[in-house]
Structures are given as C-alpha cells and as structure tokens.
Design a protein around this ligand. Structure first.
Ligand code: RET
Length: 249
C-alpha cells in the first residue's frame, strides 16, 4: 500500500524538480551570472534527488526507536550551505562571514542529528546546542552581513533582505517542528511531520530559488544607486520594512 509519507515525498520531489527549472533557464539565458544559477540549481536539484529517494523509502534507518531519513539530513547538509552561500554572494561579504555561517549551520544540523540518535533527556542538551548555533547564524545574517556587505546596488540589497528574511522566518520553524515531532515530544505523527517538513522545505528552497532567479537582473545594473557598507541599514528590522514597502522593480 502506498503510504502517506511516500506520497508527500513524491509531491516534494516534483515541487523541487519544478523549482530547478528556473535556475536552469537562467543558466542558458544569462551566462554572466553562471555561478549564481549553479548554486541555485544545486539547492532544488539536490533536494529533488533526496525527495525521490525518500518517496521510495530509501535510506530510512531506525535509531533509538525512531526512524531517521538519511537522504533528508544529507540534503540539508548540502543545500542549506548553498542557500547561505547565495546570500553571502549577494553581499560580497568575503570568506570570513561565509565560514562563520557554514560552521554554525553544520553544527546545528549535526547536533540535531545527535539529538535524535541519543536516548534519554540528555538529547535535549544537544538540541539546545543546536539552537545556540542557530542563534549565531541568525546574528550573522541579521547584524554582521548587512554591516559588512557591499551590494552592487540598492535593488541587490533589497533582494538580499527579502531572501534573508524569508530564510530566517522559515528556518525558525524547523526546531519547532523538531520539538513537536516524534523526535521531540511526539505531538505530531510521522505522516504529519513529513507533510509539514515537505511544505517548509518547498518554500525555503523552491520559493527562495524562484524569487532569487526573478531578482537576478538586479545584479546586472552595476553602479546605479551603488550601496556602500555605510549606507546599508544595520538594523535588520528597518531593512525588512524597506523590502516590503519599497519592492524591487
Ligand atoms: C534542528 C534541531 C536542532 C536545533 C535546530 C534545528 C534546525 C534546523 C534547520 C533546518 C533547516 C532546513 C532547511 C531545509 C531546506 O530544505 C536540526 C531541527 C536549530 C534550521 C532550510
């Protein structure tokens, strides 16, 4: 019998594959920004493969009485750094900032996996460590990058702010789902968890990628309204307001 989990995973695979069409289009039509499109195609392309494997239940293992999907964690380990790389590329913030983002990201994912694998209340300690790493990541994206960034122009800054806000808002929901899922207090069933995570993954990847491709023409407008680090809004909240009241067009 086809279970609900495999159905959600198959729908996820289709959504991710559709999301990959946008950067593939960019690769053929806008060769000046090849690297950007390759990063974006990697985000949804890797997820499409992972969801296809999950739809066949390939890579499910049992640890401490819970089922863990290896393709899901491998997908996250590859694609969340790619999302962060794209954001760092928009701000030209250099290797230091990208390094901090990626170390925080890998740390939180590894601690999340450890927290699933170890039995007993001590796993909440690993979960708390993951939350702390997430705090570092949010600080870097919200405070440090806007301060260090040298955006090509105002539209690129707005594209960064929009994608950054989408990322932080959606990523904040993952630890919440972790707590409610069988990995935490078990309020959600496995089916429900798969559905919720598939939705979150689709928006944080496919919507991110489609919005990014849509805004890529901003990068070609060199010079016009160039934004120096001093001119960048340091306070993330104001920047967020700018993005919603002053849409790029
Ligand atoms: C865990 C548990 C440990 C604490 C924290 C977590 C956060 C996970 C995040 C995952 C994001 C995944 C994305 C996937 C896209 O397809 C590991 C659940 C903070 C933020 C964006």
């Amino acid at each position: 019998m086809i279970s609900t989990i495999t159905t959600w995973a198959a729908l996820g695979a289709i959504g991710m594959a559709l999301g990959t069409l946008a950067p593939l289009w960019g690769l053929t039509n806008d060769p000046d920004h090849r690297e950007h499109y390759l990063v974006l195609a990697g985000v949804t392309g890797v997820a499409a493969v992972a969801y296809t494997l999950m739809s066949f239940r390939i890579g499910d293992i049992g640890v401490s009485g819970r089922v863990v999907s290896i393709p899901r964690y491998v997908d996250w380990l590859i694609t969340t750094p790619l999302i962060l790389l794209f954001l760092a590329m928009l701000g030209n913030t250099g290797r230091g900032s990208l390094g901090r983002l990626i170390v925080a990201d890998i740390t939180l994912l590894v601690l999340g996996a450890v927290a699933v694998a170890i039995p007993g209340p001590i796993r909440w300690l690993a979960f708390a460590g993951g939350l702390a790493a997430f705090g570092v990541l949010v600080y870097e994206l919200y405070v440090r990058i806007p301060r260090l960034a040298s955006f090509t122009n105002e539209r690129t800054r707005i594209l960064f702010v929009t994608l950054r806000n989408l990322t932080i808002a959606l990523w904040t929901l993952y630890p919440l789902v972790w707590v409610l899922a069988p990995s935490g207090i078990g309020l959600l069933t496995r089916d429900m968890t798969m559905l919720v995570i598939a939705y979150l993954d689709l928006i944080s990847k496919s919507a991110f990628v489609v919005l990014a491709v849509d805004g890529m023409d901003a990068l070609s407008e060199t010079g016009r309204g160039a934004t120096t680090p001093d001119a960048v809004t340091v306070d993330g909240g104001d920047a967020a307001t700018d993005a919603s009241t002053d849409p790029a067009d």
